[in-house]
Design a protein around this ligand. Structure first.
Ligand SMILES: C[S@@+](CC[C@H](N)C(=O)[O-])C[C@H]1O[C@@H](n2cnc3c(N)ncnc32)[C@H](O)[C@@H]1O
Length: 353
């Protein structure tokens, strides 16, 4: 993170230490993942100032692996060594204090078990202009999402992550967008319904339709039922590229989806939404966005490698201008940018018919 921030703010060229960090960046991530998966951070959040042998015994790790793991975590400043005892770094401890440890952990698990695996084929994906990393996941589905049901463990990791990512970030949307003027909204590719539920809870008058691929609908339906929102949120199994959009609508939401496909496909979806909106209706886009100068944020660039390698062909974290161009080609003329000042590069675009 220090590395990311230093690249972000400092316009001077990177030095040899930064280059070394990149050279071994994959190993840095593996230490982070191991610290999460083997329970080092969770243990130190409850019992700080433990010795190496105490941590080894409590985590059931032999002396050699605990020596190596604690060495790496200390060198990366994820944990702090004082004399012979260890504690979490302040940023790790803050995740526990802010009660977002679980969300962070879910993101790490997604990066380790899905992103990391698919990105093995990043170079080949660039070479062939195709999401070659899909070959790392078995199944007949033509994209990653259509393979999830064929890989139940991966499906669970994916939707647990997606829900955590959405829970972390949808407060930005709820803070910046006033949904009170709508009676009904359509959540296009709404995933497990985490966002839909958050919106429905804040606006008790709203009815919401969630569109999803048929295999993922039961995941959304289960969560909606558990939240007692069955009468206000309906789930429609469909393929948004094939099936018609519901007509005469007031609002279409695209949350974390216009990063998956090509700009041409995004334009097609936005045109369908434009045609299905009543005059005065809105499309709301909410996802990570890159700067128009195509030089950052670094997190947008790093996240793009996943979209190039795995989910479908042609996605990335697009710029504000890219999204606005798609909206104009879809028919919109009234387009508003809303920046979110957050540690993720999220932004909101509202287009009105
Ligand atoms: C990155 S997830 C975003 C989910 C949700 N919007 C969120 O923010 O939590 C993308 C979603 O798009 C859905 N999806 C992919 N292709 C689709 C298609 N052709 N039709 C409908 N939904 C699709 C996937 O099943 C997945 O749940």
């Amino acid at each position: 993170m220090k590395m990311i921030n230093s690249i972000e703010k400092d316009k001077t060229p990177i030095g040899i230490n930064d280059l070394n960090f990149l050279l071994f960046g994959h190993a840095a991530f593996q230490y982070l993942y191991a610290g999460c998966e083997l329970g080092v951070f969770q243990l130190l959040s409850k019992q700080p100032n433990l010795s190496k042998s105490e941590i080894g015994i409590l985590l059931k790790l032999e002396p050699y692996p605990i020596k190596c793991l604690l060495f790496g975590l200390t060198a990366l400043k994820l944990i702090i060594k004082t004399e012979d005892t260890y504690q979490n770094s302040s940023i790790i401890q803050k995740l526990f204090a802010d009660k977002i440890w679980q969300e962070f952990y879910d993101i790490v698990l997604f990066e380790a078990r899905i992103v990391y695996v698919g990105q093995v084929d990043f170079v080949e994906s660039l070479r062939q202009n195709k999401n070659i990393g899909l070959r790392q996941f078995s199944g007949k589905g033509t994209d990653f999402y259509h393979r999830l049901a064929e890989n139940p463990e991966i499906e669970k990791i994916f939707y647990t992550y997606m829900s955590s990512w959405s829970r972390l970030t949808n407060p930005l949307l709820l803070e910046k967008v006033d949904f009170s003027k709508f009676n009904k909204i359509i959540d296009v590719s709404g995933g497990d319904a985490t966002n839909t539920i958050a919106i429905a809870n804040k606006y008790p008058h709203l009815q919401i339709s969630l569109l999803e691929i048929p295999n993922s609908c039961p995941i959304a339906q289960k969560k909606i039922d558990e939240h007692g929102l069955t009468d206000r949120i309906e789930v429609h199994g469909c393929d948004i590229f094939v099936d018609g959009f519901p007509q005469k609508q007031e609002c279409f939401l695209f949350i974390h989806v216009l990063v998956i496909w090509t700009l041409e496909e995004n334009t097609l979806l936005l045109r369908r939404a434009y045609e299905a909106l009543k005059p005065g209706g809105s499309v709301i886009i909410f996802n990570s966005i890159s700067s128009d100068s195509e030089d950052g944020p670094v997190m947008s660039a790093l996240d793009s490698a996943y979209f190039v390698s795995l989910p479908a062909t042609g996605g990335m974290i697009y710029t504000w201008k890219d999204h606005e161009q798609c909206l104009r080609e879809a028919g919109f003329t009234q387009i508003e940018r809303i920046k979110c000042n957050f540690w993720t590069p999220h932004g909101i675009i509202i287009a009105t018919k």
